[in-house]
Design a protein around this ligand. Sequence first.
Ligand code: CP
Length: 318
Amino acid sequence: MKKFTTVNDIGNLDQAVKEALEVKNNRFGYSDLGRNRTLLMVFFNSSLRTRLSTQKAALNLGMNVIVLDVNQGAWKLETERGVIMDGDKAEHMLEAIPVMGSYCDIIGVRSFARFEDKRADYDEEILEQFIKYSGRPVFSMEAATRHPLQSFADLITIEEHKLTKRPKVVMTWAPHPRALPQAVPNSFAEWINAADYDFVITHPHGYELDPIFTQNARIEYDQDKALEGAAFVYAKNWAAYTDPNYGKILSTDRSWTIDSRKMALTNNAYFMHCLPVRRNMIVTDDVIESDRSIVIPEAANREISAQVVLKRMLESLK
Ligand code: CP
């Protein structure tokens, strides 16, 4: 595997989940694979889970790990070609990226949507430059439009907990005080569509996602109706995607917060969220603390999804 940025890069999903469960049962079974190999993790944005789980996965495989927080101690990077660099940005990505590539074997990149230019966000301008200029296999640790390591972990978690072959999975928008990118809901939709579950998306009017990701998922604007009979409830906030409101907050309506009344509409559903989560905005304390909340095993599976991706990339280096 030379690149991991979308569901298409993982190949057959059944095989990927099978491999993930094998890795989970034998985390140190490939601890020689990464010997004398170095992972560089480059963060343009904050992280807790991605940082720790990906590092742990690399350590399980015997890799060395180096981490660069671009906004803490590195030179400010210019991303646009042709700019006269007379401002505060001391280095261009076109030099910085191949230099980073010279110090490692595999690169992970976290680079969120900036909500300044929709085209630049949806063209994945930062991530694509790493793919083009680093000379190394590159994987997304959440980019502007997708978060595939999260979605793979979500899929593993659903497969571990589902009671029917094709469970009803409901992704619901929920309120948040800040404008958040669409990467997690886009990516979740992409992976759940690929898994061919019974998939429903619910959100207020104006929060429609790019149809490239939602495809044939049913869109239901009545949240209560959407939740009826759900086996999994996946809550997430995102800012508006459609023009002219790209990147804007259109609603903070707390009647969309997932509470025990909403969960009672489901078929005893499991509650999921990628974390970090704003309690009593996205979900009430009692729901996230209930025995139907699987947010912790979901986060724990981030180590497994990262380990499968790193393992496949290491295998491709041989
Ligand atoms: N879910 C997730 O990616 O968490 P972090 O932002 O903490 O890495």
